[in-house]
Design a binder for this molecule. Sequence first.
Ligand SMILES: *[C@@H]1O[C@H](CO)[C@@H](O)[C@H](O)[C@H]1NC(C)=O
Ligand SMILES: *[C@@H]1O[C@H](CO)[C@@H](O)[C@H](O)[C@H]1NC(C)=O
Ligand SMILES: *[C@@H]1O[C@H](CO)[C@@H](O)[C@H](O)[C@H]1NC(C)=O
Ligand SMILES: *[C@@H]1O[C@H](CO)[C@@H](O)[C@H](O)[C@H]1NC(C)=O
Ligand SMILES: *[C@@H]1O[C@H](CO)[C@@H](O)[C@H](O)[C@H]1NC(C)=O
Ligand SMILES: *[C@@H]1O[C@H](CO)[C@@H](O)[C@H](O)[C@H]1NC(C)=O
Ligand SMILES: *[C@@H]1O[C@H](CO)[C@@H](O)[C@H](O)[C@H]1NC(C)=O
Ligand SMILES: *[C@@H]1O[C@H](CO)[C@@H](O)[C@H](O)[C@H]1NC(C)=O
Ligand SMILES: *[C@@H]1O[C@H](CO)[C@@H](O)[C@H](O)[C@H]1NC(C)=O
Length: 894
Amino acid sequence: MKMCEKIQLFDWLTLLLLTAPVGGVLAPGCELELREVAPFSTDGDFVLGVISASYTEVIYPILDYREIPQPVRCEGFQARYYRDILAILFSIEEINQNQYLLPNHTLGFQILDSCLSEVVALQDTLQVLSGENKTIPNYKCHAHPALAGILGEIHSAVTEVMARISGVYKIPQISFSSQHPILSDKFQFPSFLRTYPPDNLQPRAIAQLLRHFNWTWVGILSSSSDVRSLSSQKIRQEVVENGGCVAFLEKINNRYSKERLVRVVDVIRQSSASVIVCNCYEMHLRPILELLALQNVTSIVWVVSSGLTINSHLFTRESWRLLNGSISFTGATNGIPGFIDFIYGIRPFVYSQDTFTKLFWQKAFGCQWEGQNMTAMVTGLEVIPCTGEEDLKELDPELFQLNDLSISYHAYLAVYAYAHALHNMVVDGAKEDAFGTHTNTNNVEPCFNINSQDDIQRSDVVKRNSGLEAGEAEVLQYLWDVCFTTDSEQKVYFDANGDVPTVFDIKNIQIYPDDTSKVITVGKYDVKESPGHEISLNVTAILWNQRYNQAPRCVCSESCPVGYRKSARRGQPSCCFDCLPCAVGEIANETDTTKCWKCPEDQWPNESRDKCLPRVVEFLSYQDPLGATLATVAIILSLVTVLILIIFFWFQSTPIVRANNRGLSYLLLCTLTLCFLCSLIFVGFPMQLTCMIRQPAFGLIFTLSVSCILAKTVTVVIAFKAVNPHTHLRKWVGSKIPNLIVIFCSLIQLVICTYWISSHPPFPENNTRSESGKILIECNDGLTILFYCMLGYMGFLAILSFIVAFLVRTLPDRFNEAKFITFSMLVFLSVWLSFIPAYLSTQGKYMVAVEIFAILSSGAGLLFLIFFPKCYIILLQPEKNTKEHLVGKMATRK
Ligand SMILES: *[C@@H]1O[C@H](CO)[C@@H](O)[C@H](O)[C@H]1NC(C)=O
Ligand SMILES: *[C@@H]1O[C@H](CO)[C@@H](O)[C@H](O)[C@H]1NC(C)=O
Ligand SMILES: *[C@@H]1O[C@H](CO)[C@@H](O)[C@H](O)[C@H]1NC(C)=O
Ligand SMILES: *[C@@H]1O[C@H](CO)[C@@H](O)[C@H](O)[C@H]1NC(C)=O
Ligand SMILES: *[C@@H]1O[C@H](CO)[C@@H](O)[C@H](O)[C@H]1NC(C)=O
Ligand SMILES: *[C@@H]1O[C@H](CO)[C@@H](O)[C@H](O)[C@H]1NC(C)=O
Ligand SMILES: *[C@@H]1O[C@H](CO)[C@@H](O)[C@H](O)[C@H]1NC(C)=O
Ligand SMILES: *[C@@H]1O[C@H](CO)[C@@H](O)[C@H](O)[C@H]1NC(C)=O
Ligand SMILES: *[C@@H]1O[C@H](CO)[C@@H](O)[C@H](O)[C@H]1NC(C)=O
């Protein structure tokens, strides 16, 4: 047995690690019993300790405390993991053959299987540190040249326990697959580096991919492990920050009860999210996929994180088919030239201690080595002996899963990182030699004598001390500084956290109807690119799930079109909303807006409510057909009135004109002319003046007309009474009373109108409230009540005339005018009574038109009923227009 020399360490750690011997030979019985497995090793000037897995499970012995427990047993050989070990072998061979990298030095290795178990890996680590098939904490028993560093492990949990030990001794450790963010913490893991991109940026990468496809409504499945739970939370956070929403976040684990898994499947089935991010390990996803396959849920697009191993062999046929069209993230991988040939060139007897290949041979060809009983394996009754000459090409090409060389590639990079670091160290050593500081390059070979109080920051001091004081720490120092370019032009260096820059490949799983599958690289996430452009994708290369011909849409609510605004649904995430049309007078000129804009006063939304258009200005103009018609009618009517006036004037001496106060008839005709003309003030652009005078003018003129008519009826009464010679009224016959009536009645209206104009004058106004899309330019009546007062007073006079005319309608007069006046007042009153509801229910120019219409029709009523019969007699039946005729008529009536 070789002498073991003590490794310098803190005292507490010495205690902790329970080391018995103090230098010298280990006393028998002081050694702790451990499984002793001879590593697969070859010698070299520098040795890399490789702790990786080919087995995936550990079977712990049953402890019954009656006999010495069996050592732990490993099971579940995976050719895929074995491939990663082959990648390490391949790169070491390649480096040893390289004349430029590490010339005159060879790299050796010591490979131990960790079986993906923390316990076994810890043991392996101690064994690698101690050397010589021994696991003696804090002691190294090397006969062969020392260890340059450790490579491994695959799983973060296992890597972590190893990194705690390697950190104590400052022995460099490079993992090629661990992604746990905590390993970036250089206070806890000062000598840990990795070539696989850490998980830190993956949530962001996933969120950016989702945003790239506008997938704002996604579900997340997360393995229940700490790392995945944590990063799933980060994914959720990133998704929300990118404007998306998470429909659900469910934890999964293959150890969960069936009920719990079924519940998760129900959540998936019931959710409208068709894109699910699976931040999980394949074994956790497997039972979920199987349940989904049973329920024919085939339309999900999966986005899987780098934790998931993409391998059809790990899934059943049906569940693997569900992954058709999925998108996955893996650490960026370039080809490893010559590796495939290397794999197919392996033979079991190239290395004498190569247990891995022999094991692989047994598993792959279902044979058994003669004399070797490495695993209890029964193939039926017949045992085929292995010859070593079997043809690897006959094997299932998917066995090594060469479509995803990701981890192998990163293992390859890790070996190269060591080689370059060692190369630099050797070159530097040689240089320092030239300056006389070094005596022998062998002295820089690793020694264990580093005081672990030295931290990274002080390792340059260690380096300067050189010689025996240096060692792995020096290798570590060179590793920090290493920077090389691979054959495939990838630049490799480590940042301050010992991580390589995050570059992920985005891959697409394509499964063909014949169940062959391909995993194709369709894009990249490169953190070195400028923000916002980290993701580059070749979308045409993506084959989507058979349900979609193109990138599926995945939103909770379709975006709101212009003219609509989002209205949040109570109790639901922000991506789920209803689209409500903008309120009257508001627009939304952008999609997905939460708020509608109010159009300015003089503008109005167009039909689709995406633009404010200037409102149409509306008033009753002369250009308007309605306005023009009314104005024409008004002018014609006034001309007719004037014509009648002329006729009356012409025949002024005829009895029919002279009857019933000729002067009043003239006055009435004049006011009617004005009535028709005053309607013209209502047409045209409302101005200050027209607004102010039009209603009062109309009121005054009409009042004058009505009072004329009243006076006329009164005249009839007086005329009748005057026939009686004894009455006092006789002296009043003539024009006095009627004139007084006209003046008095008009005066009252004049007072009302004067008060109106002086206190609340009407004014022009732009009315934007009443009608959509229009500005109504109209006259505000100032005090509306005064308008109705005016109208009411006019009505009162009309009623009065009507009553008086009605009472005297049977009285004989010279010409029976009272009857016509009764009719005309009836027409007048009905026009103005129906005017009020019509006036109140219209707006803008129609309101004005209604008033003009009322003016014209009532005026025309008066004109025609009172004056037409007279004109008819005057012009067509002049024989009746004689005093005798009238008197005779009167006489016959009597
Ligand atoms: C390698 O060894 C050869 C012969 O011993 C020597 O000539 C050569 O310089 C060495 N190369 C390096 C890089 O040390
Ligand atoms: C380790 O053990 C193996 C097998 O038990 C043996 O072949 C090998 O020589 C041992 N190595 C050393 C350095 O003792
Ligand atoms: C995502 O949405 C933006 C804007 O809405 C659009 O320009 C882009 O084409 C969409 N991308 C995809 C992949 O549909
Ligand atoms: C799934 O589909 C198969 C065949 O297409 C059918 O037999 C089975 O009933 C379906 N299962 C469910 C749960 O719909
Ligand atoms: C060898 O394998 C057989 C089964 O193939 C098993 O029964 C036997 O125990 C094994 N022997 C040893 C020494 O492991
Ligand atoms: C994208 O993929 C398509 C189909 O695989 C291929 O023809 C095309 O060359 C690719 N484009 C780029 C820029 O890689
Ligand atoms: C996978 O999807 C592709 C394209 O959508 C489709 O052609 C293919 O048949 C699907 N594979 C299976 C196994 O359904
Ligand atoms: C939408 O309308 C608002 C207010 O009118 C304006 O400020 C904004 O620029 C408009 N946006 C677009 C895209 O037209
Ligand atoms: C306004 O609405 C009309 C339909 O009424 C529509 O055709 C037009 O595109 C809308 N938007 C704009 C900016 O004109």
